[in-house]
Ligand binder design. Structure first.
Ligand code: NAP
Length: 293
C-alpha cells in the first residue's frame, strides 16, 4: 500500500543527484502534491558518490515516498534497491525510486515520458493498453549516452519501423545499437558521420546529445537536416534553452519541432503516480513549468 494512503503526517520525496540546485523538478512536483492535498514536500538532495548509500538507505524512513534520481547516480543506485522494473533493467538506469511496504523499487520514467511527449504532438497512436505505437515511423536518434539509451528502448517499445543511432563516437552508437537489437527484429543502424544519413519519409529526429545546451551548435548539420521530408518531426530533449539551434534551424525549414519540457513534464507525472497511486494533475504541473521558464 502507498504511504500516502497510510498516513496524514508530513511526507518527503526528493531529487538525488549532483548538482541538483538548478533542477526544475520541485516546481513540477510541489504544485501537484499541493493540488491533490497530499502533505508531501519535494526536496533537493545534493548527494556525492560517497553519500549515495546513506542517502538511499534514508528513503526507507516511514515519512519518505521515494525519490527522483539524476546525473550522475542513475546507474549507481540500481544495486542499492530491492527490485527493479524490467524496462529500467534493460535501459540500465533508474530515475525514480518508490518506497513501498519497506522495500525500494526502481523505475525508469524517462522512456515512457518521451513517448507521452511525442504523443502530445500527435505522433503515434495510443493503444488500448495505454502504450503508444510509433508503427510506420523511422526514428533518428542523436546521441548514445544515458538519455539516448532510454530513448532507444522507448522507440523500439513503440514499434518504430527503423532506428538509426547517430553519435560522435561510433563505438558507443554501435554498442547501443547491438544491445537494443537483441530485443528487436527490425533494423537498427549506427553512424557517426551524418553525411551517410539517408532520410526516410515519416521521420522523427530525437536529439539526446547535450549539444545546444551551452552554445549555438547543432548535432545535425543544416544541409543534412534539409534533406528530410516536410512531415519530419524534430524533438530536442534539451529544455534549457527552450529553443536550441537545432530547433531553430528545423523551424526555419518548416519542420514541426518541440523541446524537452514535455518529456520532463511526463517523466515527472509518471513518477508522481508511482509515488502516490494517483493520477498526476498534468495541466497544473505543465502550467507551473511554463510559468517558471
Ligand atoms: P550523456 O550521457 O553525457 O551523453 C551525452 C551525449 O552527447 C553523448 O551521445 C555524447 O556523444 C554527445 N555529445 C556531447 N558533447 C558532444 C559534442 N561536442 N559533439 C557531439 N556530441 C556530443 O548525457 P545524457 O544524460 O544522455 O543527456 C543528454 C541530454 O539530454 C542533456 O542535454 C540532458 O539535459 C537531456 N535530457 C533531457 C531530459 C528531459 O526530460 N527532457 C531527460 C534526460 C536528459 P559521445 O558519446 O560521442 O561523447
Amino acid at each position: 500500500m502507498s504511504i500516502v494512503q497510510q498516513t496524514k503526517k508530513q511526507l518527503r520525496v526528493g531529487l538525488i543527484g549532483n548538482p541538483v540546485a538548478h533542477s526544475f523538478s520541485p516546481r513540477l512536483q510541489q504544485p501537484a502534491f499541493d493540488t491533490l492535498g497530499i502533505p508531501a514536500y519535494y526536496e533537493l538532495w545534493h548527494t556525492t558518490a560517497a553519500q549515495l548509500v546513506e542517502r538511499v538507505r534514508s528513503l526507507c524512513e516511514t515519512d519518505c515516498l521515494g525519490a527522483n534520481v539524476t546525473i550522475p547516480h542513475k546507474e549507481a543506485v540500481m544495486p542499492l534497491l530491492d527490485q527493479i522494473d524490467p524496462l529500467a533493467t534493460r535501459i540500465g538506469a533508474v530515475n525514480t525510486i518508490v518506497h513501498r511496504d519497506d522495500y525500494l523499487y526502481g523505475y525508469n520514467t524517462d522512456a515512457a515520458g518521451l513517448l507521452n511527449a511525442l504523443h502530445e504532438y500527435e505522433l503515434g497512436e495510443m493503444q488500448a493498453d495505454g502504450r503508444i505505437s510509433l508503427q510506420g515511423y523511422t526514428a533518428v536518434l542523436l546521441g548514445a549516452g544515458g538519455a539516448a539509451r532510454g530513448a532507444a528502448f522507448a522507440l523500439i517499445d513503440a514499434g518504430v519501423e527503423k532506428l538509426i543511432i547517430l553519435n560522435r563516437h561510433l563505438e558507443r552508437a554501435q554498442r547501443l545499437a547491438a544491445e537494443v537489437q537483441q530485443h528487436y527484429d527490425r533494423p537498427i543502424f549506427s553512424l557517426s558521420d551524418p553525411t551517410y544519413l539517408i532520410p526516410s519519409a515519416s521521420s522523427i529526429i530525437v536529439n539526446a546529445t547535450s549539444l545546444g545546451m551551452h552554445e549555438d551548435v547543432s548535432p545535425l548539420p543544416a544541409d543534412i537536416l534539409s534533406r528530410f521530408d516536410s512531415d519530419t518531426f524534430v524533438y530536442d530533449m534539451i529544455y534549457n534553452p527552450t529553443q536550441t539551434y537545432l530547433l531553430l534551424q528545423a523551424r526555419l525549414m518548416g519542420l514541426r519541432t518541440a523541446n524537452g519540457l514535455s518529456m520532463l513534464l511526463h517523466q515527472g507525472a509518471l513518477a508522481f503516480t508511482l509515488w502516490t497511486n494517483q493520477i498526476a494533475p498534468v495541466d497544473i504541473m505543465r502550467a507551473s513549468l511554463i510559468q517558471h521558464t
